[in-house]
Design a protein around this ligand. Structure first.
Ligand SMILES: [Zn+2]
Length: 301
């Protein structure tokens, strides 16, 4: 049995799949955030209960909203503060009495879509989350590409293309990102990014959903904002396409539900990517919100 654990700031979800990747059962518990010992023992209890229920010793894969530094083994995870700076993998392997695999949750999302998801037919899949942030994962031949520091796929912390000022104007805001750098795509291609672009044009604050609604009602400023967002997204995808030559680019996160993206972005990608062959298909994630926990389970296939 394949156990996937998705650790979030408020809840931990366990989903179980058989070796044929069929969903068997799932369970949720609140994330203990105050004490690391409670955090470890809650996961131990969750897994041992499931082992007992299914009379197996499941293979455990875990998705976390953070990173493990491969040289120190220590976790960086702002959303689950009690795990910060802890050797999470070693500690969980000790309490669960088995080897485990841990990955960043965006990587788990990408793997889930590459294995039985929207990118199942592609050799190289780029999974991108257009949500609270902009991040992603790279899967080649059904295996995650982690890089030397587990940072592969961190496309949100690459800079805006220079064309941004042509598209917008010289006073378009270049904001500082949480990572410390300025002008990171994370600030512009996330849901916040669409809101920032709309605010720049309209001088009004509006949530992403409201902007999409206005766009669908042919509002001129919303249309200009969506057009700029799509150009920035397509030019960033162009750079990624020229780097990775993927067969499929799969979108997840809140903005992936903005169905017009799948018509607006592909023609723009032609402008920004070398196209000696076939450009990647741009698709919506099949597994939606359950992609992270499913991908965590698929770490052990
Ligand atoms: Zn950044």
């Amino acid at each position: 049995m394949l156990y996937g654990l998705d650790i979030g700031g408020t809840k931990i979800e366990l989903a179980v799949f058989n070796e044929q990747q069929q969903a068997i059962t799932s369970k949720r518990i609140p994330t203990p955030t105050d004490s690391y010992d409670t955090f470890l023992s809650s996961i131990q209890q969750l897994i041992s209960d499931m082992d007992a229920e299914l009379s197996v010793k499941g293979k455990v894969g875990i998705g976390i909203p953070g990173f493990i530094n491969p040289s120190t083994g220590l976790v960086q995870c702002a959303n689950v503060p009690c795990t910060n700076g802890k050797p999470l993998q070693a500690d969980l392997e000790r309490v669960l009495e088995r080897p485990i695999k841990i990955e960043n949750d965006a990587n788990c999302f990408a793997l889930s879509e590459a294995v039985g998801g929207a990118g199942d037919n592609a050799g190289t899949v780029l999974g991108l989350i257009l949500g609270t942030g902009f991040g992603g994962g790279i899967v080649m031949d059904k295996k995650l590409h982690d890089g030397e520091n587990n940072l592969a796929g961190e496309v949100g912390h690459t800079p805006l293309p220079w064309r941004v000022f042509q598209l917008t104007g010289d006073d378009f805001p270049i904001v500082q990102c949480g990572c410390g750098m300025h002008g990171c795509l994370d600030s512009y291609l996330s849901g916040r990014g669409l809101e920032l672009i709309y605010q720049y044009y309209s001088k009004e604050t509006r949530k992403g959903k409201g902007i999409v609604e206005l766009y669908r009602n042919n509002d001129t400023v919303a249309k200009k904002s969506v057009d700029t967002y799509c150009e920035l997204l397509a030019s960033s995808l162009g750079a990624l396409t020229n780097t990775l030559d993927p067969g499929a680019i799969v979108f997840g996160g809140g903005l992936s539900n903005f169905s017009e993206l799948y018509e607006l972005v592909p023609p723009l990608l032609k402008k920004y990517a070398l196209s000696n062959g076939k450009l990647p298909e741009i698709k919506k994630a099949v597994f939606g919100d359950s992609g992270g926990v499913r991908g965590a389970a698929m770490l052990n296939i």
